[in-house]
Write a protein that binds this ligand. Structure first.
Ligand code: S3P
Length: 160
């Protein structure tokens, strides 16, 4: 599962895994577990590049498995090597939602360092910067039109 922050990758990903009886892996959570520090801490103490390296390492090790749903961080697609790892490792589903829906979901969130400060401005700027970043997916699903259960069923239907 790829997509911008707030598109529902973890929520939909874990529900999809449960529905299929597959393992669920969240790369953000795995980085936090391996590093023993939160994402804001990692950004602050080590910098974004360190987090990106840890994220790439997790992706590479996780995506060798099968019968699993893997939710990635919104910026995991920024590295070409990660995009290749994803395409080699499985079926890539991109989740989307309109900016106002993303902003409503992200309001009050304090766990995303890239949104610190003026959240609305940050979200709009990052959406612009990442306009085409998720286009390489095999399937694109808008999560603003239906609930989690319906979204999961639609993914299953559309992947055969
Ligand atoms: C990021 C998204 C976050 C997390 C980190 C950076 C990004 O994951 O990996 O804060 O660059 O878009 P979510 O997409 O799960 O919020």
């Amino acid at each position: 599962m790829i997509g911008f922050m707030g598109t529902g990758k973890s929520t939909v990903g874990s529900a999809l895994a449960e529905r299929l009886g597959w393992r669920f892996v969240d790369t953000d959570a795995t980085v936090v577990e391996r590093e023993g520090r939160s994402i804001p801490q990692l950004f602050e103490e080590e910098g974004e590049a360190y987090f990106r390296d840890a994220e790439s390492a997790v992706l590479k090790s996780v995506l060798t498995g099968s019968r699993q749903v893997v939710s990635t961080g919104g910026g995991a697609v920024l590295r070409q090597a990660n995009r290749e790892t994803m395409l080699e490792g499985g079926f890539v589903v991109a989740l989307t939602a309109p900016p106002d829906v993303l902003l409503a979901r992200l309001r009050g969130d304090a766990n995303r360092p890239l949104l610190a400060g003026d959240k609305e401005e940050r979200v709009h700027r990052l959406l612009e910067e990442r306009k085409n970043a998720y286009d390489f997916a095999h399937l694109v699903v808008d999560t603003s039109r239906s609930n989690v259960r319906e979204t999961v069923e639609s993914i299953i239907e559309r992947t055969g």
